[in-house]
Design a binder for this molecule. Structure first.
Ligand SMILES: [Ca+2]
Length: 436
């Protein structure tokens, strides 16, 4: 549903533009700090080359010159959706493109953000405190949501807190204008046409008034930053007034978020994940979303839950977002449900952790390797080039820390006395630079 921003963004329901695998690919996240939300743009990768052919100045100018015609040509599709022509004209006749959005769309963070900085920012003390207060104030609603949808209500509260700072930062761009801009200009036009038409539908149906219909530059809006098409599929009227108002009606927004998690396969009664300690000889190739085992199997490999607590009988994978020197987690299917909100490990980890903190839990047991620097995109490219020159890697030189790159890095680490955990840091790159 949504997106979020790693470097800056966040959105649960929107699209995460920013977010990606945080530690390995911190590209995308934003957070409530600056509601950018690149939400769920299914295609946007942090490492995507900046100059897509549809994103050159010439292409953008040509699309912009054609903007009015493009918007009116979409009127026929609006009619097919049951939007009266007069309503479509009323909502779009004076639309002009918001060109600032095109800049935001391909903005590349200069520096990568470490997962611990990301978590610190999103799970800040003041947000925890405010979350506890708001949870108490809205207890009856949260209880009813839990009964209705079977979702951990603290996770819903955490999404609310991170997506919009509990409703305070919902974004201030007109959603129809933003999605209309992206529907007619730039490299995601097809994706945003559906968002734009869904946005017009929302206003046409009277769920949200146009003047209240503001959101992030990518069109994520409301208390939990839904994209318009997500709204269409999953928004609910929880206070029974006949409107699905995710902007000004907190129960509607929270219940819609719970409905979203539920429809994405949330499993009642288990956590998003459990912090664990890995044995000294742990094979970090097994810390992968592709390697799922039962708690019993992980236990037999020496994995233990922290604080000597018992591991519930769950099935999942190990995430060690900062390698051998950071905390590790056994992630359940519910973590993957949160990832569908915004596909960045750091984002989903922040949601899960904030939920636990609002519930009354403490910080992680494991420490982060805060002295380490994570690699920028340019440095990740250099890392691949150097691994390639050493004969350890023959994949794409694209700055993406995928499985093949991680395996090559582990081979290098093993050969050079580092723990082979595939955590790409400045110190391992520095070591490579000294090779001749
Ligand atoms: Ca309502």
């Amino acid at each position: 549903m949504k997106a979020f921003a790693f470097f800056v963004r966040v959105s649960a329901v929107a699209a995460c533009a920013a977010v990606s695998a945080c530690a390995s690919d911190p590209a995308t996240t934003q957070s409530a700090v600056e509601p950018i939300r690149a939400p769920q743009l299914p295609g946007k990768q942090a490492n995507e080359p900046a100059r897509h052919p549809a994103m050159t100045p010439q292409a953008i100018s040509a699309d912009a010159a054609n903007f009015r015609q493009c918007i009116s040509s979409l009127g026929a599709q609006a009619t097919q959706r049951g939007i009266p022509q007069a309503v479509y004209n009323r909502e779009t006749h004076d639309l002009d493109p918001d060109m600032k959005i095109l800049e935001l769309m391909d903005r590349q963070p200069e520096f990568a953000k470490a997962v611990w900085d990301y978590i610190d920012q999103l799970v800040a003390e003041r947000r925890i405190t405010q979350g506890r207060e708001l949870f108490a104030q809205n207890r009856a609603i949260f209880q009813r949501i839990e009964r209705t949808y079977g979702i951990d209500p603290y996770v819903v509260a955490a999404i609310w807190g991170i997506e919009s700072n509990f409703g305070a930062n919902r974004g201030d761009r007109d959603v129809i204008r933003s999605t209309g801009t992206l529907a007619c200009i730039g490299r995601r036009q097809e994706f945003f046409r559906a968002e734009f038409l869904a946005a017009v539908e929302i206003v046409a149906r009277g769920d949200i008034q146009r003047e209240r219909f503001k959101g992030s530059w990518a069109g994520a809006f409301g208390q939990t930053q839904f994209m318009p098409t997500t709204f269409k599929r999953l928004a609910v009227d929880f206070n029974g007034d006949g409107r699905r108002d995710l902007v000004d009606t907190v129960p509607d927004a929270l219940a819609s978020t719970a409905n979203n998690l539920s429809k994405n396969g949330w499993q009642r009664g288990i956590s998003w994940g459990y912090e664990v300690k890995l044995p000294r000889n742990f094979n970090y190739a097994q810390a992968s979303r592709n390697v799922k085992k039962s708690a019993q199997e992980w236990t037999s490999l020496g994995v233990r839950r922290v604080r000597n607590e018992a591991l519930p009988n769950v099935h999942g994978y190990i995430l060690a977002p900062a390698g051998a020197r950071g905390p590790a987690f056994l992630m359940t299917r519910n973590f993957e449900v949160i990832l569908r909100y915004n596909p960045a490990d750091a984002y989903a980890l922040a949601i899960g952790h904030l939920a636990d903190r609002i519930r009354g839990g403490g910080p992680f047991e494991g420490d982060w390797p805060r002295g380490e620097q994570v690699l920028s995109r340019a440095e990740r490219v250099e890392l691949q080039e150097r691994l390639s020159a050493l004969g350890l890697y023959n994949g794409a030189i694209d700055g993406k820390l995928d499985e093949q790159t991680r395996a090559a890095l582990a081979a290098y680490q093993r050969r050079n006395g580092f723990t082979p955990d595939s955590f790409a840091t400045a110190s391992v790159l520095e070591r490579m630079r000294q090779e001749r």
